[in-house]
Design a binder for this molecule. Structure first.
Ligand SMILES: Cc1cc2nc3c(=O)[nH]c(=O)nc-3n(C[C@H](O)[C@H](O)[C@H](O)COP(=O)(O)O)c2cc1C
Ligand SMILES: Cc1ncc(COP(=O)(O)O)c(C=O)c1O
Length: 209
């Protein structure tokens, strides 16, 4: 467990307000492009945190689009996260781009996307994933894997042609309230720049590391 003993310094980059775009989502898109270009694994993976009656909880999901200043994700509305977001839209998104010594944190409000957006995304999914969405009551206990596989076979037989989108599966849009860009620096003196809303625009402030 060597990693527990290390104190690696972060020296790959720096971050200055003068280098940032005025719009945080446009700036995020630029950083996502950097992560893609650097070959970061799953560059669009993000840790989605929600709150429910048990408190905060997190899991990884994929970013599926950027629309009018919002972050798009897809999931099952009956899942633990889906039920949490239905009851309380407050979420956070964390993009951990360790190879770039960067992270982006987004605090915002999630709401179901328009049906047309969910339909369009659904149509882009492979048939296997579409059948999987029908088969999985995501987050519910599963006594054994064979039961899941039987439900996939059932859905396959039920929908020999196009697989329709289940009403319980779709896209969600997260409207950001706060976006923080973090660039690791030497001696833990990292650069942190945070966008918060300021009237119709955004202000950018530097935070202590
Ligand atoms: C890299 C990665 C990407 C994932 N993407 C999604 C996704 O886009 N949507 C989704 O519902 N689950 C996705 N998952 C599975 C979730 O992490 C999670 O296990 C599942 O959604 C159930 O979460 P919940 O019980 O908290 O609702 C992904 C997992 C990983 C590791
Ligand atoms: C359970 C689940 N749902 C949805 C997704 C979203 O991605 P895709 O539409 O590419 O399957 C993922 C991605 O890993 C996933 O694991």
């Amino acid at each position: 467990m060597d990693s527990l003993e290390r104190h690696d310094d972060y020296t790959r980059g720096r971050l200055d307000a003068a280098d940032l775009l005025a719009d945080p989502v446009a700036q995020f898109a630029r950083w996502l492009g950097d992560a893609e270009a650097a070959g970061v694994a799953e560059p669009n993976a993000m840790v989605l945190s929600t709150v429910d009656g048990s408190g905060p909880t997190s899991r990884t999901v994929l970013l599926k689009g950027l629309h009018d200043g919002c972050f798009e994700l897809v999931t099952n509305a009956g899942s633990r996260k889906g039920r949490a977001m239905t009851a309380d839209g407050r979420v956070s998104l964390l993009f951990p781009w360790y190879p770039l010594q960067r992270q982006v944190l987004v605090d915002g409000d999630a709401a179901p996307a328009p049906d047309a957006m969910s339909d369009e995304y659904w149509a882009s999914r492979p048939r296997g994933s579409q059948l999987g969405a029908w088969a999985s009551r995501q987050s519910a206990p599963l006594p054994d894997r064979a039961e899941l596989e039987a439900r996939v076979a059932e859905a396959d037989a039920r929908f020999p042609g196009d697989v329709p989108r289940p009403s319980f599966w779709g896209a969600w849009l997260v409207t950001p309230r706060r976006v923080e860009l973090w660039q690791g620096r030497a001696s833990r003196l990292h650069d942190r720049l945070v966008y918060t809303r300021d009237g119709a625009g955004w202000r950018i402030d530097r935070l202590q590391p």
